[in-house]
Design a protein around this ligand. Structure first.
Ligand code: DDQ
Ligand code: CA
Length: 260
């Protein structure tokens, strides 16, 4: 009788801890700390913070794609590189002193000098398409609009590793702009107001950031031409997170606040 009771209690504790694990996925909302001007003509596809109040941004759309060096406080474009009319700029990251950028449907990427944005190289990659790029300082992380997250060798551009991104047991598709933050890869999920915080080791979504208020506020204040949330940048030194969107007139510094 006593042993039956012990088994029962142990099972209950076990079930509770397991189910608790499932509901314990942290969900964050955000608070806006600062807002800055952002070029409303920038169809943002890649965003990086490089220190010294300097952002780099890659923009898309045929005939309009570009790479920019932007002053954070003013939103002023300090250096502008226009891409060829037939290219659609996508994710971009800074590794060493070079910017690596992918394009949408061509499996082709470009390498730029971070100072003058002159094109100093190009590469072919093995992802389905080019969507997001980020780096941990060693490898490139890439997304291609599927649920795959790739680790890519920055010298020969071969895929070192591919994980399927999953929240619990469901695949998370449409992974877009990326940022590497404290061992995690953060990803904008295309056409949602959500950022997935992913373990690059196994693709597990560790937590979610929900931030619909930014796009909604822009819409209700009359900015009806805006597109989706896209663009995450991380200032490692000052622990600042920046986000923006495609054709958004603002770029925001945000802080996360847990709501679960
Ligand atoms: N992507 O950034 C999510 C990868 C692609 C966005 C494409 C938006 C549509 C633009 C129209 C393209 C005309 C072919
Ligand atoms: Ca980024």
């Amino acid at each position: 009788m006593v042993s039956v009771l012990v088994v029962f209690v142990v099972s209950l504790v076990w079930i509770f801890s397991v189910s608790n694990d499932v509901v314990a996925t942290q969900i964050y909302t955000i608070d806006v700390v600062n807002e800055y001007h952002h070029d409303p003509g920038a169809f943002s596809q890649g965003l990086i913070y490089a220190g010294n109040d300097t952002l780099y941004e890659s923009t898309g759309l045929y005939k309009k794609s570009s790479v920019r060096k932007v002053h954070l406080q003013t939103g002023k474009i300090e250096v502008f590189h226009k891409m060829g009319d037939s290219w659609f700029g996508e994710g971009m990251t800074l590794l060493g002193d070079r910017l690596f950028q992918v394009t949408w449907l061509n499996k082709k990427g470009y390498i730029y000098d971070q100072n003058n944005l002159s094109q100093i190289g190009s590469f072919q990659h093995q992802m389905k398409d080019g969507w997001g790029l980020a780096t941990d300082g060693k490898v490139l992380f890439g997304s291609d609009g599927t649920s795959s997250l790739y680790a890519i060798n920055p010298v020969n551009f071969e895929v070192i590793k591919r994980v399927t991104v999953k929240y619990e047991d469901r695949e998370v598709h449409y992974l877009n702009e990326l940022e590497y933050i404290n061992g995690e890869v953060w990803a904008n999920v295309w056409v949602t107001d959500c950022i997935a915080r992913i373990s690059p080791k196994d693709g597990r979504v560790l937590s979610w950031v929900f931030l619909p208020q930014l796009r909604q506020h822009l819409l209700t204040s009359g900015h009806t031409k805006i597109d989706v949330l896209n663009g995450i940048a991380w200032d490692e030194e000052n622990k600042r997170i920046f986000v923006t969107g495609k054709l958004w007139p603002k770029l925001y510094e945000i802080k996360l606040r847990p709501i679960t």
